[in-house]
Write a protein that binds this ligand. Structure first.
Ligand code: SAH
Length: 407
């Protein structure tokens, strides 16, 4: 796709429907298909466009995709700025500067989100680093013409050992791209990669792991949870993946037994490898099961824990899935509370961007009422600070992690 050179006299404008300007006036980076007036000569794929309000007022500048639900991705809010390699380089520089500050204050961390898409005002671009190896996820086709420049910036500013490009199935479908998983720079490590986090060693599957290989966003929440587990306590970690919470709690929290539950055998296998890599030999059990079944079975047996962690996958992927997702969160939290001894701690997470923080608090309230228990919120947390939230885009406040005591 050729890059459209900027020509100020030729830049095309698209117009918002009346009453649809609120999101963009608020600097929301997505202009959805339904918000735009149909144009007689619609812009081409990747074309830079000016977005005007229904009253003709200039709002911002974005890149157009004629077939994506996100019709325009906004990158610029000032009329004297253009979307070009230089603009992206500035944004990448700002993102990297924040991570350098974060690293300076966080001890040994070698798994890090360098660029967090909308959270860094770079809609559609995610860059994760694993012990010097970068995984670049492109979630927007309109970024493709800028990709070489972006990769060049990453090489220059981060000096990685390798860069892998990843375009997942969902993006490929919605953006009209091909699924990709390939090395675009440097050399991959031989064998599995290990990274250090919270004083533990974690094995990372760079290609084929879930997400980009490891859940970096829960780094600080794992540490926070470990402060609330009583020494010698019993823990149930539901949706453990590779043992993220379970092993941190075993190692740092000093609990006597942890059960890690996940529906994926492959994830649990990685969990076993991580346990061995950290010398955690006893006290950890792995159980391949569905979350509802694992919790219900324990309620039936009246088995009680000192801490239950709930970290299910995104349950509300689309807007119409929200009511069902809320019902599932309610059931999970209700069952988890029934598995807690009086004074036990619930660590409850939701990574659905479409479920707001206040809705999630409401779910916990409903679950506590139904369980007939008092719930105190001890910590109302988000992702680690290398996943900044763009306040203009509430969807970036996707990860909620509430730590509460259940009496
Ligand atoms: N807590 C983990 C991340 C969890 S990601 C960490 O700290 O790293 C969500 C996990 O939920 C995935 O590993 C996925 O395999 C698992 N999962 C998805 N559906 C499930 C279900 N119905 N029952 C149990 N686990 C499920």
């Amino acid at each position: 796709m050729p890059l459209e050179p900027y020509n100020s006299t030729r830049i095309r404008a698209v117009r918002l429907k009346p009453g649809k300007g609120r999101e963009s006036l608020g600097r929301h980076p997505w202009i959805l298909e339904a918000s735009l007036v149909e144009s007689v000569s619609p812009p081409r794929l990747g074309e830079q466009v000016d977005v005007l309000g229904a009253d003709g007022r200039w709002i911002g500048r974005g890149l157009y995709h004629p077939e994506s639900r996100i019709r325009v991705r906004m990158y610029v809010w000032s009329q004297d700025q253009w979307i070009d390699a230089e603009r992206f380089a500035v944004r990448i520089g700002q993102a990297i500067e924040l991570r350098r500050q974060y690293l300076a204050g966080s001890g040994q961390v070698d798994g890090l989100r360098w660029i967090n898409s909308e959270g860094d005002f770079l809609s559609g671009l995610v860059v994760d680093g694993f012990a010097g190896h970068l995984v670049v996820q492109v979630n927007a086709r309109v970024l493709m013409p800028y990709l070489d420049g972006i990769l060049g910036q990453l090489v220059e500013q981060i000096k990685p050992l390798s860069i892998s490009l990843s375009i997942d199935e969902k993006t490929a479908r919605s953006e009209g791209l091909e699924v990709q998983e390939r090395l675009v720079y440097g050399q991959l490590p031989e064998g599995t990669l290990s990274l250090r986090e919270n004083g533990l060693t974690w094995r990372v599957d760079l290609v084929g792991g879930q997400k980009t290989g490891y859940y970096l966003d829960q780094r600080e929440n794992r540490l926070a949870a470990s402060r609330w587990v009583p020494s010698g306590g019993r823990v149930l970690d539901v949706c453990t993946y590779a043992g993220g919470f379970a092993l941190t709690l075993a190692k740092l929290g000093g609990c006597s037994s942890v059960v890690g539950v996940d529906s994926s055998a492959r994830a649990l296998d990685l969990g076993r490898q991580n346990a061995a890599a950290n010398g955690i030999l006893g006290g950890v059990e792995w159980e391949q099961a569905d979350f509802f079944e694992a919790l219900s079975a324990r309620v039936d047996r009246q088995e009680l824990f000192d801490m239950v962690v709930l970290d299910p996958p995104k349950l509300a992927g689309a807007r119409d899935k929200v009511p069902r997702a809320l019902a599932a969160y309610h059931r999970l939290n209700y069952l988890a509370m029934r598995c807690l001894r009086p004074g036990g701690v619930l660590v409850s997470c939701s990574c659905s961007g479409r479920v707001s923080r206040s809705d999630f608090v409401e779910v916990l309230l409903g679950a506590a009422r139904r369980a007939g228990r008092d719930l105190q919120i001890l910590e109302n947390r988000g992702p680690s600070a290398d996943h900044p939230v763009n306040i203009h885009c509430p969807e970036t406040d996707y990860l909620k992690c509430l730590i509460g005591r259940v009496l």
